[in-house]
Design a protein around this ligand. Sequence first.
Ligand code: FES
Ligand code: FES
Length: 161
Amino acid sequence: MSVVSLRVNGALHEVDVEASTPLLYVLRNDLGLRGPRFGCGLAQCGACTVIIDGVATRSCVTPVGQVNGEITTLEGLAKDGKLHPLQQAWIDEQVPQCGYCQNGQIMTAKALLDRNPNPTDAEIREGMEGVLCRCMTYYRIQAAIKRVVRSTAASAEEASA
Ligand code: FES
Ligand code: FES
């Protein structure tokens, strides 16, 4: 065991774990963050996605000892009691069905929009590729992301008018 320091959602944590422990287990079991979920454990579904220094990362296959950057989980998106625009769009478009994959979908969408705030349909599909949904909510996911893109563009236009 060794003490590992992690910065998660703006707070510093120290955990005493094996460095090879998957980050997902530490986030859920040691820090009590239920946003990232265990789906496959094999980097194949995306349910465990968190953002590390802006990059959507599959925490089930990321050894905790190798993490140096700032980690953001779903719990870190809402600010001052206000949902992140993506969370609100997910509600407005009624995206989830069973809901199991959705945390990973939202985190992947956030990383996508942070690096490209105005993606084309094809870029959204490409950015979200590989985050699996057994309930086939892909069309509503696309609609929710486009809703955020439209409202970000409208706010920018208003601000420059
Ligand atoms: S649980 Fe990590 S990719 Fe499936
Ligand atoms: S909403 Fe059920 S797996 Fe995606």
